[in-house]
Design a protein around this ligand. Sequence first.
Ligand code: CS2
Ligand code: MG
Length: 402
Amino acid sequence: MKIIDAKVIVCCPGRNFVTLKIFTDTGIYGLGDATLNGREKAVATYLEAYCIPALIGKDPRNIEDLWHYFYKGVYWKRGAVTMAAVSAIDMALWDIKAKSLNTPLYNLLGGKSRERVLVYAHATGKNLEQTIEDVGKKVENGFLAVRVQSGVPGLEKIYGVSKDDKPYEPAQKGLPKEESWDTAKYLNYAPKMFMKVREVFGDELHLLHDVHHRCTPIEAARLAKELEPFHLFWLEDPVTAELQEGLRRVRQHSTTPIAIGEVFNSVYDYTTLITEQLIDYIRMPLSHGGGITHLQKVVAFASIYHIQTGFHGATDLSPINLAASLHFDLAINNFGIQEYMPHEEVVQEVFTANYRYANGFLHIDDTPGIGVELNEDKAEQFPYQTACLPVNRKTDGTMFYW
Ligand code: CS2
Ligand code: MG
């Protein structure tokens, strides 16, 4: 089997997506998600200029060797753009292999360890009342796990809260918009929010929360400690984890489970976090973390340290990534939970997905491969539109993490 061609399809059905399509001499093709929110053109160019020419003529069945060709073979290794490209190539090659063997991808990953995939929904609100109402809607829709994000009194705009009644979409057309932040206000408010959520919904509902990289280690330690009585399923990205050892401070003070890694792109971002058991869930998704080939290794490594998966699954990762994640989630033993933000209806005009939601779980069918189709004619009707993630300043004007 030989790769005879490949192309990058960039489209914007409501938001930008980047898809790599690899064609083989057997007529089978594979799809890989190369979407990197706000940096789509960078990944598309990297694939078109440096990867696709090197793919032509290669045997797509040699997935492990090709992974190392595009990782070890590259002098300037790692980074979000490079690894999004590597991830897309890997995903497409696994899609080809599973299609060529006429089997759903999970069968190549060890088969099923479960029949369905536990997911968590996003609940948000401009204030506590709206947030409680939105959690209630997710519970009515059968979700067993809900991520709770709320506006903070005194802060005008904040991460995670929709400005309208549409699902939260952080990237906005044009140049980055500025948001503001005040850690003290947030730290005073978050425990009060969870006290109210537990009061209204009881102890059974799994609650998750995303700090989105905004505390220092000692601030994160305070927050994790103060949230202990509310038994969160996880506290996500409490600190920016470039300083992996910063999580030691959090671990010293709290038993609240920690999830990190949606901005990571290789095992090397995790080595201290895993070996010192500073985290409980791996967030690094297939589409940014080196694809199936690399995440198999990272997740196996993590399993030795009792760490589970909790893959990123926001709407800025395409249905191809979500479907591939579900195959992976079905197969591994140390599965934890899967993020599930349903894509807008318009996305389904371009991507035909093979998964469905029911009563708190996602189910995937036995379509061979990853199981998602991309309608190229439809994709052309939604041309790329420049959109950037916001930037964030503290209320005193200091540039901060978004
Ligand atoms: C968030 C993401 O889903 C999450 O946990 O952190 O929505 C993140 O803000 C976006 O993926 C950024 O593009
Ligand atoms: Mg997050």
